[in-house]
Design a protein around this ligand. Sequence first.
Ligand code: UFG
Length: 329
Amino acid sequence: MGCYLVTGGAGYVGSHLVRALADRGDTVVVVDDLRQGHRGAVPEGVELIRSDLADRKRLGEVFASWRFDAVFHFAALSLVGESMRDPLRYCMENLSNSLGLADAAVKAGCLRFVLSSTAALFGDPEQVPIPEDARLAPTNAYGESKLMVEKGLLWADRVHGLRSACLRYFNAAGADPEGRIGEDHEPETHLVPLAIGAALGLRPPLTVFGTDYPTPDGTCIRDYVHVTDLADAHLRVLDRLEQGSVRYNLGNGTGYSVRQVIEAVERIGGRPVPHSLGPRRAGDPAVLVASSERLQRETGWLPRFGALDDIVRTAWAWHAAHPRGYGDR
Ligand code: UFG
């Protein structure tokens, strides 16, 4: 059993990793400022420290109080659209918080670090599915901020021996199959919860952003990956770090269009998704699909909830049972 620090562990993806660690009996400490996270997402028995990562003194105290086997770093600004209105804040905050955390880890002698990275690193890809060694050319400031963090971590490996795994998520979706936790963002900008919310009458009708993309049905194609499968990948990469730092893509390797997601929600939910057709959203690439071949080969990871219907079914169950999410706003 290990002892792990999870920043952003009260947030959507982070809380699913915290469950996976707690379920197998590990000691988990969560640092989360609860700007996006929810106290209700953190299970009993897990220490939740409400703190901003910018508070380095508090961070130092946390590292002095526990002996962590690894750090999982989820806490970040992560909205692509917002990053294009406030690029300097994104670059500054994501970079300084992430490298400040890495610095604290190195000083405490904790030399394993797992970063939530993003498919936004690839911009408009030259090749689909996107291989793990594809050209890195973000088209938004959010992606750039994560790329800067990845680069900083490589230097920390060279100089301090800090082994890092950067996991480039494609489209995280779905909810805990046992229904304990799910997705609750404010504002919500993601397709799956917005489509489900519209079908349940909890949100306004969905707007489809663009119907003139060079795809079979004209709408954007994305690689939706179940949040529980994301959590599982985090556990698997830890062992791999013994051999050095790694960079992996995390997706199912199958793309679905916006229309196909709407159809899946209608199929699972048994009711229509009220929606209208609108113009493109700025900065959206037409197709983003991962090749996670290296991750699969090197860690044995395989998605357990790879089917779009599994993703939508678990998300639907969470939203139907929690119409106000965690109910803390
Ligand atoms: N979409 C709509 N209507 C909506 C919301 C989304 O049509 O109301 C479309 C988008 O245009 C896109 C698809 O649904 O084609 C998925 O959009 P999301 O906002 O759910 O996800 P993104 O692909 O834009 O972004 C996700 C993560 C980012 C990450 C990015 C990397 O949320 O953090 O993948 O690809 F950077």
